[in-house]
Design a protein around this ligand. Structure first.
Ligand code: KG4
Ligand code: ZN
Length: 343
């Protein structure tokens, strides 16, 4: 059986995993760095990179031991090569290169976004190409038609903040910890989602692009006014994000006849978002697929799986594969005003 070792370190999670080409997750481990970054309310790139250097090699040892597998029994090494914080990206990529070189195994330099994009197929063997993907994470908010391994067409992106970034900024304004998404979701449970009137940027516009900057400013004003309970702001904010994601995805569904709607990326861990998009898919007679929450947030099982898919397609990389801070999945996508500022 083909076994892939996956390595991930593009943001603030160090992760390693062993996954087989027939979809068995032999072992996986993730170590986050929330505590280290919490005082700053966001990820500090240099702190993250140094932590990956300390943590990642031990995780490789751990998953090999957990799966009782020797490095010589692994068929390929898949490492995230971007996009992300470049210091962190270099840690997984260089660790992968070192292992590939020492063990004489092929290297697969994986685009982190491709990891998210293909992750639903690791747990859903029936999910065939093409599918319409809403990719929502800390750095990205895109709608893509996934046509095959390495074959992506971007239909929309954000003109300012990513969806996860909006959650993180709103959480910071509310004095909650980092990462903001889980904290907002938790607080929103005891709030009233219609209590605070917040904008839905770009709602109803013809192209399915996203925008969240105006929503963040409105949260800032709501907090500063002192007129609302924090849980009501959290619930109203989350509802506004849900409404934007549903409306923009509805527009994309008009231009794509892909039979299945898929949601992936860290924000897809959010229960309200999962439920709303499942209902949207149902309304349009499309299938729906979303990975379990642990596979939505950053992990190395999705990187190993993308490696397995690329290996099966004959796509391996040479040892001079570059680390890339920016690396769009669809290199032909039109430039969108304001988009692509962040990695
Ligand atoms: O995919 P991911 O783990 O890392 C990136 O590649 O960016 O996504 C992290 C983002 C963070 O912004 C975090 O706040 C958000 O996903 N997130 C959530 C939830 N869990 C994580 N957002 C909303 N609700 C959640 N439950
Ligand atoms: Zn991610």
């Amino acid at each position: 059986m083909t076994v892939i070792l996956g390595l991930e370190s593009s943001c603030d999670d160090s992760a390693a995993a062993l996954v087989t080409a027939d979809r068995r997750i032999l072992a996986h481990a993730v170590v986050g760095q929330n505590k280290a970054h919490q005082p700053f309310g966001g990820v500090v790139p240099e702190i993250a990179a140094r932590a990956h250097v300390e943590i990642l090699p031990g995780l490789v040892r751990q998953v090999l031991d957990d799966a009782k597998t020797a490095i010589g029994e692994v068929d390929a090494i898949a490492a995230t090569a971007g996009p992300g914080l470049i210091g962190g990206v270099m840690v997984a990529l260089l660790t992968g290169k070192g292992l590939a070189l020492a063990a004489g195994k092929p290297l697969i330099a994986v685009n982190h976004l491709e990891g998210h994009a293909l992750s639903p197929r690791l747990v859903d063997p029936d999910l065939a190409f093409p599918y319409l993907l809403l990719l929502v994470s800390g750095g990205h908010c895109q709608l893509l038609e996934v046509r095959g391994v390495g074959d992506y067409r971007r239909l929309a992106t954000t003109i300012d903040d990513a969806a996860g970034e909006a959650f993180d900024k709103a959480a910071k304004l509310l004095g909650l910890g980092y990462p903001g998404g889980p904290a907002i979701e938790q607080l929103a449970r005891s709030g009233v989602s219609s209590a605070v009137s917040l904008p839905r940027p770009l709602l109803g516009s013809a192209e399915p692009h996203f925008s969240f900057a105006g929503l963040k400013s409105a949260v800032q004003r709501a907090v500063a006014s002192g007129a609302h309970r924090p849980q009501d702001i959290a619930a109203s904010f989350q509802q506004a994000v849900v409404d934007c994601l549903v409306d923009r995805t509805r527009v994309a569904l008009r231009t794509s006849d892909a039979p299945t709607l898929v949601v992936a990326g860290g924000v897809a861990a959010n229960q309200a978002i999962r439920l709303a998009l499942a209902a949207l898919a149902d309304e349009h007679g499309r299938g729906f697929s979303v990975p379990p929450a642990w596979l939505c947030t950053d992990n190395a099982a999705m990187i190993a799986w993308a490696g397995a898919e690329r290996l099966a397609a004959g796509l391996i990389d040479s040892l001079d594969a570059p680390a890339r801070a920016r690396w769009p999945l669809d290199s032909h996508a039109d430039q969108v005003r304001g988009a692509g500022v962040k990695a």
